[in-house]
Design a protein around this ligand. Sequence first.
Ligand code: SF4
Ligand code: SF4
Length: 363
Amino acid sequence: MTIDSGTTQTDGQASRGAGRKGFDEVDILWISEGLSCDGDTVSMTASGQPSIEDVVMGLIPGLPKVNLHNKVLSPTMGGEEYLAPFRAAARGEAANPFILVIEGSIPNQNIIEGDGYWTSFGNDETTGEPLPLNWWLDHLGPHAWAVVAAGTCATYGGIHAMAGNPTGAMGLADYLGWDYRSAGGLPIVNVPGCPIQPENFMETLTWVLYHATGAAPPPPLDEMLRPQWLFGRTVHEGCDRAAYYEQADFAKDYNSPKCQVKVGCWGPVVNCNVPKRGWMNGIGGCPNVGGICIGCTMPGFPDAFMPFMDTPPGGGLSSVLIRPYGAFIRRMRGITNAVVNQEPKWRHNEDAVTTGYDPHWRA
Ligand code: SF4
Ligand code: SF4
């Protein structure tokens, strides 16, 4: 299913470019105070196409001017100077349209009935009490021109939201609502990954920024609000080891170059492009380099994929079913491979031409 994410512009957010429908200056308010390890911010800095530096320095043609507010990459000294654009946006007084990026899962404040907080970002200016992440979402959500959830924790809850957790953690769409629409008419844009694949995030952010200028339609999302062009195929469909699977040639341990389905790989049923795209500069990609896929991009992660390293139930069945075909076809290919690995017998240095060449003209 494709989500129609709309193309409208916020009332009151005036067009800044003469004759254009979009904006030419956008703030990115990035809050990583969800329950997380900050790994998505770290991962994002590894992106090369495009890099965050290129986006912020205006080196990508057609993008708006981007003001990035991320605590790891901020040139401010922190404190109130850093918080100022967040506070203004929460009051509905943002200097520019803003994209809210959330990193980390959202704890359930209701279960502690206002007594304390699970995670916070800055203090209340009046009381001095910490402001929970949930307060920021309640105040920024209605004003954000677009909202992007970065990483599996922010998209679907991730590790913090697994069975038995005490925080009631959830993904951003579970908190704001799956039918949430930003001030720019967009649903939440989910970019899962533990952590996010760097270019997956930057490519999505770039698309949203082009959309903000009016130069691009909204990004096409699937029913779990993921960019379709990034999450439309399975790990298995892009895996370097897929030929071993087809030939029923399975690894028995993690030192093998063969298909890892029997040692715990969930790739056949997981939506992720990492084996195609690699991790940094095209290098890596979990099963390509010996790491089983544990489904870290998936809404059911981690519970649905545990215990890690056991043969997935479906993998056990499919590896049995494919064995007769795979074993037969592997033997046939072995024979053919031996044949085509030999040169034809007419390639020699003897006195006669034995190629079958016939020099005589015939009518
Ligand atoms: S290693 Fe995993 S993703 Fe790769 S072919 Fe085997 S099952 Fe598929
Ligand atoms: S291949 Fe699997 S484990 Fe690796 S990033 Fe993709 S979903 Fe996560």
